[in-house]
Write a new protein. Structure first.
Ligand SMILES: *Cc1c(COP(=O)(O)O)cnc(C)c1O
Length: 501
């Protein structure tokens, strides 16, 4: 059968006699060379090794450094090289990865990783990732992933309820908040009819991904307005209204405002309800970037601070931040999901079999990706395993720790609070004793941050608030305790005193 096909194909394509001869020679023989398939027992052994490595890492995380990194001078000789022509046994390569590659990185899930926005995925969510890769689910169409698509529908329904969105809202999982912001902005632009002078309004404190989204969407920098913020780093709604009016008079076409439910810098929550009023009056698409802060709605004590989240036309969420999922687990929710599909739906002829009717969501119709991974399983499995309750408790615990951190900073004469606790973020700096001020506080705090991070005790990051260099704690890891925060603050005081002596 195979021989016939080969022969026929050679004749039909009119290949040269030599080529046809080679085809015949190959017919019925097994091609030589290595296969990409592994022996099942070997698969189990190496799989167990990987599981052991992850479990060991988790068990010993607190004892190791919160950060390790190296310059290219170190990494290149260690790791760079040509691809080998032939394969090698798997175990030694895995050991190299475990010894030389993985350790040279921040331990984002370390209890004293307080930098940027940390993340600490739960075991069930990590297992889901492994499972999904092994099964290689294609989550673009219902035809190719009915069960998995149902889970994505179900989990986005959960999110819909948590946000307080009405029925008819829906969304999709994305690689993260950046992709969610981009998809939202394109949906907004399309809903507005893609006006050539389309103009977008963001906070001065907006995440850079919103500005990049505008650039990708063809909205140049002159049509991205950075709105001034108040003393608490929140958008001033009257400022938005004035900017929109002024731009309309100037011939521009305002179509979208992006507010924050938890800025990355300070955790600030914009006045979501007031901005909703302005957006409605002015006919703007209202996007809320809640990538970092959105899941705090699950904490009943914090929920009132996020009132108005349900008024957004769209909301970005990052389960890989405050819902304890591995990277890349992001999400975009849209109040009227038909507007999302209006912007992104395509039905090319090679996908004609995939149209099962509107109740069978083809997630490729809601965003950027056709080939998509099955990210929703991570959230689903983690919630099934630990319950919503445990997730809620962890969010509330992090907020409590941030509040406690603020209290201690206020109580320490040598520390100055630069922005109070909001969600899990606190900004402050070391100011030392009044008498001693031999160098600029910016320089001093940068040095403190650098020394502590290099020591491995804690991973710290910084920001600028106004013109001041600020240390910044972001607390959200499930492993972080009050003792960890105290260790980091003690180290800041100790290092500050040493440098300040
Ligand atoms: C992290 C973050 C983003 C970007 O999300 P990624 O998941 O890193 O792509 C956008 N907005 C806010 C407020 C964030 O905190």
């Amino acid at each position: 059968m195979k021989a016939e096909q080969t022969g026929t194909a050679a004749e039909a394509t009119g290949r040269t006699p030599a080529a046809a001869g080679r085809g015949a020679e190959e017919a019925g023989t097994v091609l030589p060379g290595p296969s990409l398939l592994e022996d099942p027992e070997q698969m189990r052994r190496s799989g167990y090794r990987v599981v052991d490595a992850i479990v060991d890492r988790w068990a010993n995380l607190a004892d190791g450094p919160a950060w390790r990194g190296a310059s290219r001078k170190v990494t290149e000789p260690l790791l760079h090289g040509p691809p080998p022509e032939s394969g090698q046994p798997l175990e030694p390569i895995l050991e190299t990865v475990l010894q030389d590659v993985m350790p040279l990185a921040g331990r984002i899930d370390h209890p004293r990783f307080l930098a940027f926005i940390p993340s600490s995925p739960s075991w069930a969510s990590v297992l889901a990732s492994f499972l999904v890769n092994g099964f290689n689910v294609f989550q673009g169409t219902w035809l190719e992933s009915s069960g998995p698509s149902q889970i994505e529908v179900t989990v986005t329904e959960w999110f819909r309820e948590w946000l307080g969105y009405p029925p008819g809202a829906g969304g999709l999982f994305t690689s993260g908040g950046s992709a969610a912001n981009l998809i939202a902005l394109v949906a907004a632009r399309e809903a507005a009819g893609n006006p050539p002078a389309g103009t977008v309004y963001v906070s001065e404190q907006t995440h850079a991904s919103a500005v990049r989204a505008a650039r990708i969407a063809g909205i140049d920098g002159t049509r991205v307005r950075h709105l001034p913020v108040d003393a608490d780093f929140r958008i001033v709604p009257s400022g938005l209204r004035e900017a929109v009016r002024r731009d309309r008079e100037g011939g521009l076409a305002p179509f979208c405002v992006i507010a924050n439910a938890g800025t990355t810098n300070t955790g600030a929550i914009d006045p979501l309800t007031e901005i909703a009023h302005v957006a409605k009056e002015e006919g703007l698409w209202y996007h809320i970037d809640a990538a970092y802060g959105g899941f705090a709605v699950l904490d009943p004590n914090t929920r009132p601070l996020l009132a108005g989240l349900e008024l957004g036309d769209s909301v970005s969420l990052d389960p890989h931040k405050w819902f304890f999922q591995p990277y890349e687990t992001g999400c975009l929710m849209v109040r009227d999901v038909t507007r999302l599909e209006a912007a992104f739906r395509m039905l090319p002829e090679y996908l004609q079999d995939a149209d099962w009717g509107p109740e069978h969501v083809n997630f490729c119709d809601r965003g950027l990706q056709l080939t998509r991974s099955f990210r929703a399983l991570r959230v689903w499995l983690a919630v099934q395993r630990y319950g919503l309750d445990a997730h809620r408790t962890e969010i509330a615990r992090a907020i409590g720790l941030a509040r406690r951190t603020e209290a201690r900073i206020r109580a320490e004469a040598e520390l100055e609070l630069l922005s109070p606790q909001s969600l899990g973020v606190v900004c402050f700096r070391y100011v030392g004793r009044p008498a001693a001020a031999p160098r600029s506080l910016d320089e001093l705090n940068r040095e403190i941050q650098d020394r502590i991070t290099r020591s491995g005790l804690a991973m710290l990051s910084s920001t600028r608030l106004g013109r001041r260099f600020s240390l910044r704690f972001c607390i959200l890891n499930t492993r972080t305790t009050a003792a960890d925060v105290d260790l980091a603050l003690d180290a800041i005081l100790r290092t500050g005193r040493e440098l300040d002596a």
